[in-house]
Design a binder for this molecule. Sequence first.
Ligand code: PLP
Length: 403
Amino acid sequence: MNPLLSKLQPYPFERLRALHAGITPNPAYPPISLGIGEPRHATPQLIKDALTGSLAGLASYPSTLGEPKLRETIQDWLRRRYDLKVDAVTQILPVNGSREALFALAQTVIDPAKADATVICPNPFYQIYEGAALLAGASVYFVPSDANRNFAVDYSGVPESVWAKTQLLFVCSPGNPAGAVMTLAEWKLLFDLSDRYGFVIASDECYSEIYFRDEPPLGGLQAAALSGRHDFKNLVAMTSLSKRSNVPGLRSGFVAGDAALIKPFLLYRTYHGSAMSPIVQAASMAAWADEAHVVDNRTKYRAKFAQVTPLLAGVMSVALPDAGFYLWAGVPEAFEGDDETFSRDLLAAYNVVVLPGSYLARTAQGSNLGNPGAGRIRMALVAETAECVEAAQRIVQFIQSKD
Ligand SMILES: Cc1ncc(COP(=O)(O)O)c(C=O)c1O
């Protein structure tokens, strides 16, 4: 067996199941889950129609590069959304969701034969970053996000010796779980560090279209172009239809950026066998070409967050994020900051599932902060508004019952 498999940590939802094992939720309340970040708004009809209208695609093998028309549709979206000029042949690749792309990119980029191959991850973080790094033979250096600076990742504490051995850095903007959007100044700092130490930056942007400020989130490639880096040196961005278009089951996204990275990535993917089905390509073209459903989707999230956030802010430390569909809230003092107890007792008393924040972070090396997710919970507001409001009302009652 591959010995690296033994380095993988239990996935947060596995830990949540273990935490909740043996609890009988209060039967007076129907169950509501804010645990998993799976979009639950309806899939737009135009995507379903494109899918069923392209079944002839079942009869042919797709190429890993994808149809030229799909890459051109994505090129067009990048131009409309970010005012970017990206080459559809050498700088764009379709992927089967950003999860597999994040994983595969690490396998392409990391040279495990180099001493102390290191991957830098935000902390808390999307769990795939860690598994991708470990299975590529690297070790992970976690950099905490700073609650006092809108959860910006605090790179100032990373020692030079760590930068020097870093091969890949994962960025998540808008972030999961805190929803923070990186500024141009933060991007410029990372570009300077990448130039100095030669590491690749993988920008995970799958929440980019669900935002609450007037200004749409800055993209990594956009930040590069605004900094005069028109070749996107050492940078790739990953975007997905899962959240933007409510199609997590379609498994569709793309990677775009530095042609010098896309080329070996294509080679890796050819052998890995990750071509996108022709049917999924057809549905993806329809989705990327349409913005009306994205605007509707965002409007729905905005209305939902506008109702739920103030309810919860009355009883716990929580604020509207920049973007994304999570609330990242502090556990009230009455629970002594114990996010596991909060999650367990809430399920028992009110039949609502929330994810303990400590499951999304690690106690990081060189940090005196301990686990930066501890004392917080993540709530995914993916259900319809009425259900999310009901969950929030129960959480309010739960917290007030402890006061
Ligand atoms: C931060 C982040 N990145 C990537 C993904 C993967 O999304 P997908 O593979 O559906 O594109 C998720 C899914 O929850 C996520 O939260």
